[in-house]
Design a protein around this ligand. Sequence first.
Ligand SMILES: [Fe+2]
Length: 305
Amino acid sequence: MARIDRHPGVKDYILELSLSEIAARGGIADLFEQGHLVLVRDYRLPLDFSPIASMEKELDRVLEPEIRRRVKKLTTSAFLEGEPPVQRSLFDRSGPALRFKDPLRQSIFDVLCRGDQSLFEAVSKTLRSAQDEIVKIFGTCFPGYNPFRFIPSIRLMQTFFENLHWDNHSIDDDFHQARIFANLDSRPRIWHISHHSDDFMRQIYEEHDLSRFVGKDPNELLEFIHADLLGGTRQTWMEKLPKHKVAFDPGEVWVAESRLISHQIYYGEAALVFMWFMRADDMASPENRFNKRIEAVHSAMAARG
Ligand SMILES: [Fe+2]
C-alpha cells in the first residue's frame, strides 16, 4: 500500500477505495469532482515492468530535436498504433532490422529499444495490457463520462525534484478532465501534494490582486501563481507550502484532477498518465469543473467587496 504522510496544514483530500467499493457506489465522479485524490486500494497493475525498465533512458541519443521533443511527450499510440514495421531481409545489412513509416516510431525502436525487436514487442505488450486495465478502471470509476478526447500519455524517463505546480493544458476551453496515473516501475513513485488551486487562490487573492485575472484564461492565473509566486522552474523548492507526501507502490493506480491538486514529483521512473476530456454535462456536479471553480472564487471575492 502507498505510504501516505499527511500534513495537518493541507486539507486531507486523499481517499483510498478498492475497485469493488468504487463499483458498489456507482463510481467516484462525485468524489473526484470535489477534488479528492483517490488511490485504488488493494490493486496493482498485474504486469511485468522489466521490459520498460530495460529501455534506453538517455534521450540525447535521439539526434533529431523535433523527434526528441515528441519522445518526451510520448503516448501509447507510438507503440500500439500505426502501420506495422517492415522487416528487412536478414541478408540486408544496410539499415535497421525494422523499418517504420513514422520517424517517431523508428526512433523509439532504434534508440529507446536499441534496435531490439523482442524488447519493442515486450514493451508494446506491457503497454497494451496496462492500457486495457486502466481503461477498464476508468469505466468503473466514471460510468457516466463520455469522453470526447483520450490522451494515453506515458513517461519513460526519470523525474526528480519537480517544482510545485498545477497542470496547465494551455487552452481555456471549458472542459472537464479526468486523469488516472499508474506507477510502471518496481520502485516507489513519490509525490508531494499541496493546496487545491481554488483554495490557494482564496488565500492569496487580495494580497496579489487576483481580480485582474477576471474573465481571462484561468491558466494565466495559475501560471502567475506557479511561476511568479512559487518560483516556477527557476527557483524550484523555494516555496514553503505545507505538503502531504505520498509514495505510490509499484503498479499502484490513482485518480486526480491535476489542475486542481498542486503536485510535485519528488522521484519517479516510468509512469502512465492517462487523460480523458469530457463536456460539463457528463459531470455529477458541473459547477465543480475547473473553469467554474476559478470563476466562483472571483465572484465570491467580488461579492465580499
Ligand atoms: Fe504535473
